[in-house]
Each structure stands twice: as C-alpha cells, then as structure tokens.
Design a protein around this ligand. Structure first.
Ligand SMILES: [Zn+2]
Length: 158
C-alpha cells in the first residue's frame, strides 16, 4: 500500500499534515481572489495550512499577482470614471483629496494606490454628488482652528 507522506503541524503539533489542494480565498482591496486547487500542506486536526515551495508555488503566486493586477486596473478605471462623473480634472481632484499634484494621474495609471479613505470618499460622492460643494468648501479651508476642548479619551491600549 502506498504511504502518504505526512508531517507535523507547526500549529497543533499533530502529525497528520498532508499535501493537498484546496480552494483559497485571498481578500484584496475589498474583493476576494479565489484560487482553485491551491496546493499546500493541510492539517485535518486544526485546519492549519502551510504553503509549498518550488515551481508550483511560483506559478500560483503568479496567478495571484495577475489577479491582484486585474483588480488594481479595474479599480483605477473606476476611480477615473467617478472623477469624471464628478466633473473634476486630475489636478482639481488632487487638490481636494490630497496626495500631491500627480496623485490622480498616478492612481489612474496604476502607478500608485490611493488611500482607502480617498476611495471611500470618492465612492460616497459618486452616490451623493450633492455633497461635492461641501467637500470643496472643506477642502479649501486653509486655516486650522485648534480645538481647546479635550479629545474624547479612549480606553488605554487602543
Ligand atoms: Zn494542526
């Protein structure tokens, strides 16, 4: 009878870890990349998995990279579409959302990733373009008034 190679699990110490393939879900920028039949060591006792090395691992990491790139490109195009719907050019958008004069040119070419807050604000404005004048006004404020009020205290350790 053929023996299946097993190894010790680094997590629970059990000796039943076997080489297997599973579908792997990788969260990336608010989306899920699903890789079918991802090879690795899997522990049936605690559910721990360890990735494999070598050619297989390389081809799978290339697949993941390609999927990430696809998401980057799609999100860059979406960003551009929203900016245009809001009637802003790249430099106006950079003026409002920050990130430097070339920020939007770089985001839309996929050279740089926008901050999550920028993406959220753009999506919010896309749904509620009536808020744009308010954001414009807020963005134009140059003087910062320091509040003398004490900030709400947060629990220690946060
Ligand atoms: Zn285990």
């Amino acid at each position: 009878m053929e023996t299946i190679e097993k190894r010790q699990c680094g997590s629970c110490g059990g000796r039943n870890m076997v080489m297997d393939t599973r579908d792997k879900e990788i969260p990336y920028k608010g989306e899920i990349i699903t890789i079918m039949s991802f090879p690795g060591w899997y522990c049936p006792d605690c559910g721990e998995s360890e990735s494999i090395c070598g050619e297989d691992a390389e081809s799978f990491s290339k697949k993941i990279e390609a999927a990430m790139k696809e998401i980057d490109t799609r999100q860059a195009l979406e960003l551009r579409a929203i900016r245009k719907r809001l009637g802003l050019n790249q430099s106006e958008a950079a003026d409002i959302f920050g990130g430097g004069v070339n920020a939007f040119s770089e985001y839309e070419r996929g050279v740089r990733q926008p901050a999550k807050s920028t993406v959220l604000l753009l999506k919010l404005l896309d749904q509620h373009p009536d808020l744009l004048p308010e954001v414009l006004t807020a963005g134009r404020t140059k003087k910062i008034h320091r509040s003398t009020r004490q900030r709400k205290t947060r629990p220690a350790g946060e």
